[in-house]
Write a protein of this length. Structure first.
Length: 419
């Protein structure tokens, strides 16, 4: 059995790593220096899964693992892109006449940001050359796509003088462009939580994101203290390497089911139902009455997950804030069980990793991200993560699964200019 691989965040200083790696790749491919380097983090969602597109609550933190993009503007509307993952494979596209779904593959994400900004009226956004280097694991459910789109959005904001990146209000516009890039250009349905985390998280904090559409960018975010070290804890993240994709139809099916359930219930979104259940005298009875109004068992399961998951977010914040790690862990477990049984978005790899983490002493463990693969998180005592990750790897080997990778997460900062 092999040693589990721990993925470290890039600290720079080596070719192929951090901002220096993006600059090196840019110079080699384009024969000149970039105008600058920008970065944005991946994210882990602590709790509140599949709630963002239901106007609910979620609680992400930014990872120390980031995507770095080196850019230089062009005098035309052509975009040239290259990634450290395929340094000899350059992609080119013209922004003039570009339509939704007009480009495929990884380049659709950064090009989609430029397209979305132009669609939003920022006609000054023109062509550019770009080189990308990233240590955010792809296909892991840790929002490598949001790290790519948000770093690009911040870069284009600076390069073309949009004046949006310096404030929360302005970043909300950049987030909208990043979301539209994923939804309309790349064809990956996303609700906006990932991009908000990548653009607005702060070091040492979790981002309580309230996704009700009537809230402004100044109203929908609360920075919540999340100090793992002070509690003697660490957050283990295990990438199962069961590939996570949002454009294979499964995610969209669940979103459509939730939208239809809201229509049947006569509300604009399921958050309205969750709030009504929360304030009722008997929440369990109120929830059951809601479910009885729905036409089939699948819809009832989906709605039950969404309503109970929205309620778990503030309960987790309260429990962790008062130092009740046992209750915080129990809420992690309840979240995963609901995602497995009611929302049905886990996988054998995710379930095995969670089961092993719990058996090895985690306070709680759950899948994170859209599901169908990707990563799990486990709340564990400090110093216990590596041994737990190795045990998970051993069990994966015995089950014939791909070897997992692991990292330790500490709340990091949001998208920024590097140089």
């Amino acid at each position: 059995m092999s040693q589990v691989r721990f993925m470290e965040a890039w600290s720079g200083g080596e070719t192929g790593q951090g901002p220096e790696g993006a600059v090196s790749l840019f110079s080699r491919v384009y024969g000149q220096e970039p105008a600058g380097v920008w970065s944005a983090p991946g994210r882990v969602n602590l709790i509140g899964e599949h709630t963002d597109y239901n106007a609910g609550l979620c609680l992400p933190i930014a990872l120390p693992h980031r995507t770095f993009v080196a850019l230089k503007p062009r005098q035309d509307h052509r975009v040239r892109l290259v990634s450290s993952m395929a340094p000899d494979d350059q992609v080119q596209v013209d922004l003039d006449g570009l339509q939704a779904r007009g480009i495929t593959g990884w380049a659709s994400y950064p090009v989609g940001v430029a397209w979305a900004l132009r669609q939003a009226g920022y006609d000054q956004v023109g062509g550019f050359d770009m080189a990308l280097a990233s240590c955010v694991p792809v296909g892991s459910g840790l929002s490598s796509s949001a790290a790519m789109t948000c770093s690009t959005a911040l870069a284009l904001d600076d390069l073309f003088g949009l004046g949006l990146g310096g404030s929360d209000q302005g970043r909300a516009t950049l987030i909208e462009a990043a979301v539209r890039a994923e939804n309309d250009m790349a064809g990956a349905s996303t609700g906006g939580m990932d991009q908000s985390a990548s653009m607005r998280c702060q070091a040492g904090k979790a981002l309580r994101l309230d996704c009700r559409p009537e809230l402004s960018a100044m109203e929908n975010v609360t920075q919540v203290p999340f100090d793992l070290e002070a509690r003697g804890l660490e957050l283990l993240v295990v990438d199962t390497q069961a590939q996570h994709q949002l454009n294979d139809g499964q995610y969209e099916q669940r979103r459509t089911t939730c939208d239809e359930a809201a229509r049947i219930l006569g509300v604009g979104n399921l958050r309205q139902v969750a709030d009504e259940v929360k304030v009722s005298e008997d929440s369990a009875t109120a929830l059951q009455e809601v479910l009885e109004r729905l036409p089939d068992e699948v819809t009832r399961r989906r709605v039950r997950h969404v309503i109970t998951e929205i309620g778990r977010v503030d309960r987790f914040i309260e429990a962790f804030g008062r130092g009740d790690v046992q209750e915080a862990g129990r809420l992690f477990n309840a979240s995963h069980d609901s995602l497995r049984d009611d929302y049905q978005v886990t996988s054998p790899e995710l379930d095995l990793a969670v089961d092993v983490a719990r058996a090895e002493g985690a306070y709680g463990a759950r899948m994170t991200g859209g599901g169908f693969g990707g990563s799990i998180i486990a709340l564990v005592d400090a110093g216990k993560g590596r041994g737990m990750a190795q045990t998970i790897a051993d069990r994966f080997h015995a089950a014939g699964f791909h070897e997992p990778r692991a990292l330790a997460a500490l709340p990091s900062s949001s998208a920024r200019r590097e140089c």
